[in-house]
Design a protein around this ligand. Structure first.
Ligand code: PBG
Length: 329
């Protein structure tokens, strides 16, 4: 251990000027790290503002194209798509429809932009089921096996539409293995999987459920999403997903879970994503609207701390604003 101390050691020497500070900067936030979540909705013609998420909209396919043009021009490498169907039923039938909103969205984006934009599709049932749970239900229980089967059908439909990457978020056991198998059996070996591995049953998802009309109609998600008291369990979840064939693992939400991001990155050295979720977005937006915080400063500091903790990439609703700010710099 180095033993020099004051006055030989003066930490402030490396803080005196902007240039020296930039020279010793340990962590950088880059536009290359960001993934922008986009909501596409069936049957609308105008963008629909999402009340609890100022600056975010549900988009039609036409507006989605315009949005992607903007995303690409800002240098954002990837988007993750969430679909909002026009009808819901107990099986979430529209989730695997070849003409479903997400499948059509992927097709039009790929047709127009090809490899200029990486397209990730969120894979879950909750936006598509009339009960709002992330799986198939019997007697108010969420069934694991039948849900995996549905997820396989959905994954293949996304892959047929041309998605680059699938992001299963329903927290069923064995979901990564089931999807890897379904993709490989259908010759989609190169479609990758970003697993929502350590996804907690979190209060921070509130605004998203409003955005995607996906709140459960009864009970909660605690029989499948994780208890936020549990860190060791998060590590087991990640280990299982790596062994099942995940290409990227994720911790979600981000800010209140950076201890786990740090541990997981250190332990596995695996490509690691964090999801800066809707509640984290809306809190900053609300405080900034009131003039209580400096939005740009707080956003850049929050996202940088996620990288410092070990995240390689960040799913964030702030991606476009950050793109703008990084350009101005
Ligand atoms: C669907 C899903 C949710 C989020 C991403 N995928 C909501 C949930 O689990 O209830 C949350 C994203 C956010 O809050 O920004 N399972």
């Amino acid at each position: 251990m180095i033993k020099t101390k004051f006055p030989i050691s003066r930490m402030r020497r490396l803080r005196y000027t902007p240039l020296i500070r930039s020279l010793v900067k340990e962590t950088q936030l880059s536009i290359n790290d960001l993934i922008y979540p986009i909501f596409v909705k069936e049957g609308i013609i105008e963008p629909e503002p999402i009340a609890a998420m100022p600056g975010q909209f549900r988009l039609s396919l036409d507006d989605l194209i315009k949005e992607c043009e903007q995303v690409i021009s800002l240098g954002i490498p990837a988007i993750i798509l969430f679909g909002i169907p026009s009808e819901k039923d107990s099986n979430g039938s529209l989730a695997s429809d070849p003409d479903g909103i997400v499948q059509l969205a992927v097709k039009v984006i790929k047709q127009r932009f090809g490899d200029q934009l990486l397209v990730i599709t969120d894979l879950c049932l909750c936006q598509y089921t009339d009960h709002g749970h992330c799986g198939i239900i019997q007697d108010n229980q969420i069934l694991n096996g039948p849900t995996l089967k549905r997820m396989q059908e959905i994954a293949v439909s996304h892959a047929n539409a041309g998605t680059d990457m699938i992001a299963p978020s329903s927290m069923m056991d064995g979901q990564v293995q089931a999807l890897r198998k379904a993709l490989d059996d259908n010759k989609f070996e190169i479609v990758s999987i970003m697993a929502y591995s350590a996804k907690f049953s979190s209060n921070f998802y509130g605004p998203f459920r409003d955005a995607a009309s996906s709140a459960p109609s009864f009970g909660d998600r605690k029989s499948y999403q994780m208890d936020y008291s549990n860190g060791n369990e998060a590590i087991r979840e990640v280990l299982l997903d790596i062994n099942e064939g995940a290409d990227i693992i994720m911790v979600k939400p981000a800010l209140a879970y950076l201890d786990l991001v740090y541990k997981i990155k250190k332990k596995f050295g695996f490509p690691t994503a964090v999801y800066n979720v809707s509640g984290e977005y809306s809190m900053i937006k609300a405080a900034a609207e009131k003039g209580w915080i400096n939005e740009k400063g707080v956003v850049l500091e929050s996202l940088l701390s996620m990288k410092r903790a070990g995240a390689d990439m960040i799913l964030t609703y702030f991606a476009k604003e950050v793109g703008q700010w990084l350009k101005e710099k």
